[in-house]
Design a protein. Structure first.
Length: 580
């Protein structure tokens, strides 16, 4: 038998088509999973395997995907191995810093906090056993007090070199919009100026943003490189990324130090922003450690939430208030900036905690804050940050908590499910009410189907997904519910309509939920979406895990039918997957 001949008569249909050896793992073989191609399983012979035009077209399509995946993995692996070797090289001594500016040279009302991190106690400034020097961070405008014995140095945002300037602008122009594509704050809210202001005066956040920008830029360059003309650029990028990774490791140490030594931080906006960037860095790179940072972010939020509301004068009685227009008439910009940062970071942390709970199969850790932080009058408006209105996020959080309650009842054999059923009815009614109000609000005399995009479209897709998510938790993957079939049909009608391609990456969670219950004739649509830009960005490694998971769910739905539950699908999933 020649090397290109069929290796196995029992292999998956994809490997048999490619004439490759298959390990016959169920439900998806290892070869297809590693190459990120669709594994067509071991069941009935696919209709495209006809020995003619359909089969040839499928071969060409798979070849293109394999070629793309192999080229991308090869380049990234080479780059990462270089980064690792440089990371393991002896550390350079920190650059000497200028003396701390005098009070007269500092901006009015600015406080400086210096935190020294040396891997042991924060007050130990003696020579270390391993010969490393202490790492000193300057955090401005923070109420965190410097620990006793901490050394003092300054960090001037105006002394950045040209390479850092490139990365800084790359973060502002490319990475931040990638993280928050719908965030466009109004003039009354102060725009996005707080982003630059905060990261330029908070060194750990500054290097966290540069590290994320460097990773993203390196991924894009490696993906776009064609021929030797760009080799020097990529080599230089790798060298600078190695430096950023070193700074990034020091940033992590600083964050660990702050969390461990300040039990009740106030005005910890820079800290919250830094942890969020750590989450995104680990997530985009495909690492599991983002969950640790998210726990730290949630803990920081919960410890300081009400205190910060009070300090920033954003609460009246028991209600959090939303009043950016009133803030615009205040004196100065500092209070407005702090409120903008708090609103934004609070919303981001609540959102990340909420989305992570879905694949983790648990209740959101911040669910107790939803009724206050996400109320109709709340200072946090998720539609301005993530595009999804608060009311849908609240219902998704309730569904995640409902799933945890259901599993608890099953594991402990609790016969009383009255409270569970009451919640199911109430959540379903809230979702249907919201969808109806949105539909009526977007109709006019000349149209019967809403066609507007933006926050309304995103919220509607999340509402569809929330309704399907609820049915999955209650009934599993083969539901006879009339509402289930209606939601799935309407969602597919919208997706197959005139939806701009650039909107697709704003609805990752809805795409996954709707895709997981898609009928066979609709599955090709989701294969296309999750294999193309902008959903599959070269720097977003975590999204490459979504389509293989969908394939597993589709396979199991075909094999098990009505027996497949939401809990079963979570076992198929990698719990480090975050659907953003």
């Amino acid at each position: 038998m020649s090397g290109g001949a069929l290796r196995s008569k029992q292999g998956c249909w994809t490997c048999r088509l490619r004439r490759k050896k298959c390990d016959e793992r169920q439900p998806v073989c290892t070869t297809c999973e590693q190459l990120k191609i669709t594994c067509y399983g071991y069941g009935t012979k696919p209709d495209w395997m006809d020995g003619g035009a359909k089969e040839k077209a499928m071969i060409d399509q798979i070849k293109q995907i394999v070629k793309h995946t192999s080229r991308r993995k090869g380049r990234l692996n080479v780059a990462l191995s270089r980064f690792q070797r440089k990371e393991e090289a002896p550390k350079l001594a920190p650059k000497p810093t200028a003396p701390l500016p005098t009070t007269s040279e500092s901006p009015p009302g600015t406080e400086s906090t210096v935190v020294t991190v040396n891997g042991s106690s924060s007050g130990d400034t003696s020579e270390h056993a391993n010969g490393s020097s202490p790492v000193t961070f300057l955090v401005l405008n923070s109420s965190v007090e410097a620990s006793e014995g901490a050394s003092v140095s300054s960090w001037s945002p105006f002394s950045i070199n040209s390479q850092e300037a490139v990365l800084l602008m790359h973060f502002i122009d490319n990475v931040f919009p990638l993280q928050y594509p719908v965030y466009k704050p109004s003039v009354a809210e102060g725009g996005r100026g707080w982003v630059i202001s905060l990261l330029l005066r908070t060194k750990p956040l500054y290097h966290a943003c540069l590290g994320l920008a460097s990773y993203h830029r390196g991924s894009v360059l490696l993906e776009q490189r064609r021929g030797p003309c760009n080799t020097a650029v990529v080599v230089e990028q790798e060298r600078h990324l190695a430096i950023c990774l070193k700074e990034f490791r020091e940033t992590i140490q600083a964050v660990d130090h702050l969390i461990g030594n300040f039990n009740c931080p106030k005005n910890s906006l820079g800290l919250m922003a830094c942890i969020v960037q750590l989450i995104y860095f680990e997530l985009f790179a495909g690492h599991d450690t983002w969950k640790i940072h998210l726990q730290a972010a949630s803990s920081t939020f919960s410890r300081g939430y009400y205190d910060q509301l009070d300090e920033l004068d954003m609460i009246r009685g028991r209600e959090a208030i939303w009043d950016p227009d009133g803030e615009a008439h205040g004196h100065g910009c500092e209070p407005n900036e702090q409120k903008a940062v708090f609103r934004f970071m609070g919303g981001v942390i609540i959102w990340l905690d909420l989305i992570s709970s879905i694949t983790a199969g648990t209740s959101p850790s911040l669910v107790e804050y939803h009724s206050h932080a996400l109320s109709t009058s709340s200072h946090i408006k998720l539609e301005n940050i993530m595009g999804c209105h608060n009311w849908v996020a609240v219902q998704i959080g309730r569904i995640s908590a409902l799933h945890e309650l259901k599993m608890h009842k099953i594991q402990h054999g609790c016969p009383n499910i009255t409270d569970y059923e009451t919640q199911v009815v109430d959540i379903r009614a809230e979702i249907q009410r919201g969808l109806t109000e949105m539909c009526l609000g977007t109709l006019n005399l000349n149209q019967t189907v809403p066609t507007c995009f933006g926050n309304t479209f995103i919220t509607r897709m999340f509402a569809f997904a929330a309704g399907l998510y609820l049915d999955l938790v209650v009934n599993g993957y083969v539901s006879s519910s009339e509402i289930f079939h209606m939601l799935r049909t309407e969602a597919m009608m919208v997706l197959r309509g005139q939806v701009p391609a650039e909107m697709m990456h704003t609805i990752i969670f809805p795409l996954y939920i709707i895709g997981s219950v898609a009928v066979p004739e609709d599955q090709a649509f989701f294969r296309y979406v999750f294999q193309t830009s902008p959903v599959l960005d070269p720097s977003l490694e975590h999204r490459s895990k979504i389509l293989p998971l969908l394939e597993k769910v589709w396979q199991q739905t075909q094999l098990l039918g009505a027996q497949l539950t939401w809990e079963d699908s979570l076992k198929l999933a990698d719990q480090s997957l975050l659907l953003i």
